[in-house]
Design a protein around this ligand. Sequence first.
Ligand code: GN1
Ligand code: CA
Length: 278
Amino acid sequence: MDQAYMGMEEISGSNIKLRRLVETSEDNYIDDEVSQTVQCETTGLGLPVTQGKSPGEMDTVLLHRLYNNLTSERNQLLTSYNNLTTKREQLLTSYNNLTTKREQLLTSYNNLKTEKDQLLTSYNNKVKERDQLQTRFEDMTKNRDNLQRKLQDCQGNWVAFSDSLYQVSLEKKSWEESRQDCLQKGAHLMIINRREEQNFVNQFKKSLWIGLTDSETDGRWKWVDGTRMTTSYWNSGEPNGGRSENCGEVRFYDSENSWNDAPCSIEKFWICEKRVSP
Ligand code: GN1
Ligand code: CA
């Protein structure tokens, strides 16, 4: 561009006609004769030969040089314009492709999000289901254990009454050995708290050690769980053993008041009691 303006200044200083021609050259005007002159007088490098020319011829040479420069520049600009147009179209295509891609990705993202939410819901439901099954499993395990215990109890000849199971021994032992036997079975020598229990034990019609003793302090009768005896069912005249009879038994079973105190070392049958959890 700079070269082209420089050319224009040179020409406008010398000839008005030349300026007009320069102006028309911008509109791609070209005279056949001039064109031929340019073709004849340019060197291999495209530069006009000026040596030995008249002023008129010099103007024409300059004009052609300028014309050539402008044409070359115009062609460069045209090429550049075409390149830019191509580039712009490529960018537009690229932009459209990216827009499409972006929309596809957005759709894909939304689908994945929906899927994620569904999976989360599904997972939470499964967790709930698992917890319910866990609870059910624990309940069933408890149930099984209870049934197993009951089966063992049936096999061990335990008799259910109220909230307890009772087992009458098949052999005779001292009061202390009897107490130990019950403890080994997860039970204790029978503790009588209610009239119904007292009538129940009499029904066995057997002399049986029960969980009653005054070994610690004579006359202070206590049950094997450490509680004090408050309600009693002593047979008339009992207890009468003083320091020599410190353990309680059911003896006079035909009477409601069937208890007797007897020496703890004597071997007798006994009755164990086991509480059943409600
Ligand atoms: C028993 O055997 P006998 O009658 O001396 C019992 C006593 C009772 C008594 C009641 C070892 O004594 O504890 O008070 O009957 N002795 C034994 O008649 O059980
Ligand atoms: Ca007695």
